[in-house]
Design a protein around this ligand. Sequence first.
Ligand code: OFO
Length: 164
Amino acid sequence: MINKKMQDALNTQINLEQYSAQLYLAMSAHCDGMSFKGFAHWLRIQAGEETAHAMKLIDFLLDRSGKLDLKPIAAPPTEFGGVIQVFEMILAHEKGITEKINALFALARTEKDYASEITLQWYVTEQVEEESNVGQIVDHLRAVGDQGGGIWYLDSRMGKRAAK
Ligand code: OFO
């Protein structure tokens, strides 16, 4: 059975993953509103992945006979600016999530909760991938700028993202 400290920390992370899904869904709608259908599509898939991250933690918590303690999910912002700003915001958000995952991992170690540590390894790896992917998108966006044909080319490429 999972201890209370670890259970509380995992419940907090579940809420954060759900918030990430909300945030990316709001950003997707924002990009859709600017007719950037490809960026909107990419973000919609990302929102689904964040929900999957939450579900994976929920399953783990339940497998350990933990108590799921769902809390209200904070409302995301409604204004995001241009596409470059959207992705810069995502990069900053994911860096913050990485810090949370690292802190959770450290807690699992302190608590000698090896099962949590092993499960959280997946999240540590996932954060490396997320920061790298989003960092690349930010670089490409900064290179082409908010105006002109380049951003529409990027939009069409983003529209090709397939769900995992
Ligand atoms: Fe769940 O990885 Fe992004 O936030």
